[in-house]
Design a protein around this ligand. Structure first.
Ligand SMILES: [Cu+2]
Length: 314
């Protein structure tokens, strides 16, 4: 009896997690102005502490019948394929965020982030000029939607031989600079609940109000967890041309981190005809409140958020 009860509980837990995943997907993809504040209809992933039943994306090389395989390639090229449930390379993909395949790479120490878009050969091999910029232990993430199946992010380790210099994770910060732009971060991600993160872009002290659409949005945010490189792909609250989303200086995202820990955030944005990547280290300790409280989450505890980077700054 005990086993049966446990299994039943496990099944319910899975339903709750999937339900939440779909809920977030709807919020992110539709992103209506008011409704996006609430992840209504979805059960909370966690009651306390932000420990989820299902692992985040990017930790598995094979999931739901699909397997990421690297393919031998010249040194200046990175090649791989996705083998489907039928044992053959997948050749049909849905377009998501303007592309059929998003390849993200970062070293295990969270340095060297690149986000590129490979080309698909008829035999199912994806190829791209290698984004692996130098020696190290790299993690490559393939973020895609096989036609007729659920979105997936698979990850694989790749070693680039050479002299390896471990880079320490930069200290938490709510402001960073890249290519002459200053980007500030407001909002604090909270384990197990949807939080609003706003990134604001300026240059020479002036707000940038003419960001250019990139991948169907004014920004593209990826977060990786320190320690295992769990992969979170979050998208803006609003899209260009929806009548309410301005091209900067602020880009707002809805994000959910799976646990307490240190995360590296990578914001891709396009301005002046070039894509720039702003990086932040964020530490979540699970004690402060998110900007968007979960409807059924714990009551907000304003005033108990000392020491959490990113909270309360404007
Ligand atoms: Cu992409």
């Amino acid at each position: 009896m005990r086993t049966v009860t446990r299994l039943a509980g496990f099944a319910v837990g899975l339903v709750a997690v999937f339900g939440t995943t779909y809920g977030i997907g709807r919020v992110v993809d539709r992103a209506p102005a008011a409704e996006s504040r609430h992840d209504d209809g979805a059960a909370p992933v966690t009651g306390t502490g932000g420990v989820t039943d299902r692992p985040p994306g990017g930790l598995l090389v094979s999931d739901n019948g699909y397997t990421l395989e690297t393919v031998d390639a010249p040194a200046d090229e990175f090649a791989f394929r996705i083998v489907g449930p039928d044992g053959r390379p997948v050749t049909r993909y849905d377009v998501a965020h303007d592309k059929r395949m998003h390849l993200i790479v970062a070293r295990r120490d969270l340095s060297g982030f690149r986000h590129v878009h490979p080309e698909l050969a008829p035999d199912g091999t994806w190829r791209v000029d290698t984004p692996l910029a130098g020696a190290g232990q790299w993690r490559a993430f393939a973020d895609f939607v096989p036609t007729g199946a659920e979105p997936l992010t698979l990850g694989v380790d790749v070693t680039v031989p050479g002299e390896l210099t471990e880079r320490p994770l930069p200290a938490p910060s709510t402001s960073t600079t890249v290519d002459g732009y200053t980007v500030t971060l407001t909002g604090a991600p909270q384990p197990g609940r949807t939080s609003e993160l706003t990134l604001t872009v300026s240059r020479d002290g002036q707000p940038v109000t003419d960001l250019e659409p990139y991948l169907g949005a004014y920004g593209h945010l990826v977060a990786l967890r320190r320690g295992d490189l769990a992969y979170l792909h979050v998208h803006p609250d609003g899209t260009p041309g929806d009548g309410r989303t301005r091209p900067g200086p602020a880009v707002t995202f809805l994000a959910e981190v799976p646990s307490v820990g240190s995360y590296r955030l990578y914001l891709d944005f396009r301005h002046g005809g070039a894509v720039h990547t702003a990086e932040f280290t964020v530490v979540t300790d699970g004690t402060s409140t998110g900007v968007v409280p979960s409807p059924s989450g714990p009551a907000p505890t304003e005033g108990a958020d000392h020491g959490t980077p990113g909270h309360g700054h404007n």
